[in-house]
Design a protein around this ligand. Structure first.
Ligand SMILES: NC(=O)c1ccc[n+]([C@@H]2O[C@H](COP(=O)([O-])OP(=O)(O)OC[C@H]3O[C@@H](n4cnc5c(N)ncnc54)[C@H](O)[C@@H]3O)[C@@H](O)[C@H]2O)c1
Length: 336
């Protein structure tokens, strides 16, 4: 299987490494319009490089495309790749505009099973284990899901200005995890916090608590912050009638220090997403490769990407109005 990678930035480098480490697949081509960017990444893996993204779609020897470009380009690149007969793994979010995500679904139509969304947290070994133990009935039907997701430090305000806001940019991973565990969500209530007043400039928040009510009646609570003095904070608990399954933060070592003035010290959390989810990105790629080889629909799907974005939109609206908001239904034109 020959891969092309679109976008040679932070996440592009992660995917290039995963492809190179994956058996029987090859990174054939890297595309990035910024001079030298594709070349730098491609040369590390013996791949060809281009500054013209259209070369990816025109190359008949490319079977699969990873879209790791900035979010506003995702939709057009998904559609062009699917039209060219390629399977696609696209980074989250699908777009910042739900109407564009719906347009993408409509364009892709019956070929939606050729597209996988890069919600990598579903592939984290610990979260996936909780999910499968829940499915096996170990704690009974989940009643409450708690997700804590805090970044170590906020990105620059200039990044936030075009990020789509905390719910579309950051919480979207957690909103997808809530769907992964609880299925359809019918109601969203967000309580935003603006701890840094500079964020008023970009009409964004740097923390929020979001509650989601699932069609089943289960409730998820998502706790987000753009900063955390203790580092990257990624925890999850599923609670049911027969107990709870919990994932704590990962640390570089499992050795614990007890000494004068300290007990149970485990060393710092893993730095950030590149470290915490390194294995998840590899497992995500393996799932994509397996689906393409078997001709099965990959999960999470393009529709999962659309639904997470609808939840992010609902959370944004709830944060602004103080009201609970139902996520926008899928329009008939986008139904797959
Ligand atoms: N799943 C995750 O954990 C995760 C983590 C980080 C970023 N992301 C997503 O990945 C995408 C890229 O983020 P990033 O942090 O790698 O950004 P980045 O800025 O580091 O890299 C983006 C790259 O895309 C290139 N580019 C710009 N315009 C392009 C175009 N029209 N076509 C192709 N390439 C283009 C840029 O030159 C740059 O090299 C975003 O959608 C982001 O939300 C996902």
């Amino acid at each position: 299987m020959r891969f092309a990678l679109i976008g040679a930035g932070r996440i592009g480098a992660v995917h290039a490494r995963s492809v190179a480490a994956s058996p029987d697949v090859e990174l054939a081509l890297v595309a990035d319009p910024v001079d030298g960017a594709a070349e730098r990444l491609a040369s590390a893996y013996g791949a060809a490089a281009t500054t013209d993204v259209a070369d990816v779609f025109a190359d008949d020897t490319v079977d699969a495309v990873i879209v790791g470009s900035p979010t506003p380009y995702h939709v057009d690149q998904i559609v062009a790749a699917v039209d060219a007969g390629k399977a696609v793994l696209v980074e989250k979010p699908v777009d910042l505009d739900l109407a564009r995500a719906d347009w993408c679904l409509a364009q892709v139509g019956g070929r939606a099973d050729r597209v996988m969304l890069g919600f990598n947290r579903r592939f984290d070994a610990a979260f996936a284990e909780v999910r499968s133990r829940v499915a096996a009935g170990e704690i009974g039907d989940v009643e409450q899901l708690t997700i804590i997701s805090r970044d170590p430090a906020p990105p620059p305000v200039a990044y936030l200005a075009s990020s789509g806001g905390i719910f579309r940019d950051m919480a979207i991973h957690d909103l997808d995890m809530a769907r992964f565990f609880l299925g359809d969500i019918v109601n969203v209530h967000a309580v935003p916090q603006r701890l840094d007043p500079a964020l008023a400039e970009v009409d964004d928040y740097d923390a929020a608590v979001v509650t989601l009510t699932a069609a089943s009646g289960a409730v998820a609570t998502i706790i987000n912050s753009r900063h955390n003095a203790a580092g990257y904070d990624q925890r999850l608990e599923a609670f049911g009638p027969r107990g709870a399954l919990r994932v704590e933060n990962h640390t570089a070592t499992s050795v614990v220090l007890d000494a004068a003035g300290v007990s149970g010290a485990r060393g710092p959390h893993l730095d950030f997403f590149l470290e915490r989810y390194a294995d998840a990105y590899t497992r995500e790629l393996a799932a994509f490769v397996a689906a393409v080889r078997e001709g099965t629909a990959p999960t999470p799907s393009l529709l999962d990407g659309r639904q997470a974005l609808a939840l992010a939109d609902a959370a944004t609206q709830s944060a602004r109005t103080g009201l609970s908001v139902a996520p926008a239904p899928i329009p008939a034109s986008a139904a797959v």
